[in-house]
Design a protein around this ligand. Structure first.
Ligand SMILES: Cc1cc2nc3c(=O)[nH]c(=O)nc-3n(C[C@H](O)[C@H](O)[C@H](O)COP(=O)(O)O)c2cc1C
Length: 304
């Protein structure tokens, strides 16, 4: 009678020991891999900054090239409402000891570092960070040659993260990249394709009065300085449009871009129109950004 009992006890203790050994092994591997996962995420982010800046060649560039070229950029923390950089004292007052380690997405989980957008939230992000991390490449005279701005907004299935680069006029789009999203391959995920991203190059962000004047049209509805939406992916296209307009607008980087333009004595000059991909027929007049809501009736998978 006692034999089966002791066998049961043995079986249980062997199973428990196995579970314990396996869980220790899995935890050790997870902990061991964490630094390389963090490093890979950092490399991928830096690569996407270079993609948005038009400084990455997918065919030939190695991780070493990315690290080397990324050195051309200076990391700055911007007060989005004030439109200026935080110096070391302001950073320390804001509780940001290391600008390189600052994560604006994480900051949105911190009440002190973010603001609730309430109903005024076209990009569907819920909270806006008070401070953003931007990447500035300067020319030999120390003037900003381009700025790479992190952007994020809700697509169809989740939040899309990317970077938008503006040229030295703080108006002309130099490039765009997306590095994290949940959109469907072959549909919304086509936002990552070089052909679609290339449509943004040379587009002017603002009209002469400083209003945001770009976005994504519904596929097949060309409009100057607007990008044609992706056919079959209207909802993702609209998410991208909303996020671009939000981040270029008053709640996003506009105060900062105005400051940069003012500091360098520039005004918005759209005379040299480079944007060509969404030429507007001559008989149409420019439409306000709000028209997008009518052109694309659905936002974030919900009725607008
Ligand atoms: C399984 C599945 C996945 C889809 N994924 C996307 C997507 O990632 N992005 C998107 O905009 N539409 C997606 N759609 C299509 C949308 O439901 C919708 O039909 C489309 O955005 C409308 O675009 P259109 O007006 O250009 O046809 C998906 C549809 C299905 C059935």
């Amino acid at each position: 009678m006692s034999k089966p009992k002791s066998n049961n006890a043995k079986t249980i203790s062997v199973a428990l020991t196995l579970c314990l050994v396996c869980s220790v092994l899995v935890s050790a591997v997870a902990v061991g891999l964490k630094p390389s996962q963090v490093e890979n995420a950092r490399l991928d982010r830096n690569k996407n900054i270079l993609v948005a800046a038009g400084m990455y060649d997918a065919e030939s560039d190695t991780a070493k090239d990315v690290a080397e070229r990324f050195k051309d950029f200076e990391v700055k923390i911007v007060d989005l409402n004030e439109g200026n950089y935080l110096d070391d004292n302001a950073l320390s007052d804001a509780g940001i000891p290391d600008r390189n380690a600052y994560d604006a997405s994480q900051a949105t989980k911190n009440q002190a570092l973010s603001e609730d957008l309430g109903d005024n939230d076209p990009a569907g992000i819920g909270r806006k960070p008070k401070y953003a991390k931007v990447y500035v490449k300067s020319d030999d005279a120390g003037q900003p040659e381009m700025v790479v701005l992190p952007i994020q907004g809700y697509g169809l299935w989740g939040t899309i993260y990317g970077f938008l680069t503006l040229e030295s006029d703080m108006n002309t789009i130099k490039g765009i990249s997306f590095y994290e999203h949940k959109e469907t391959p072959g549909l919304g995920a086509r936002i990552e394709e070089p052909e679609w991203r290339a449509k943004w190059q040379g587009i002017h962000s603002y009209d002469d009065s400083g209003e945001v004047a770009t976005g994504v049209t519904k596929a097949g509805n060309p409009k100057e300085n607007w990008v044609d939406g992706i056919s079959g992916a209207t909802l993702t296209s609209r998410g991208v449009s909303n996020m671009i307009q939000f981040w270029l607008g008053e709640q996003g980087y506009k105060p900062y871009l105005d400051t940069l333009r003012k500091d360098s004595g520039q005004t918005i000059d759209n005379a040299d129109t480079k944007a060509s991909q969404s030429k507007q027929p001559d008989n149409q007049t420019a439409q306000p950004t709000t028209e997008l809501a009518a052109a694309l009736p659905v936002a974030n998978g919900k009725e607008a």
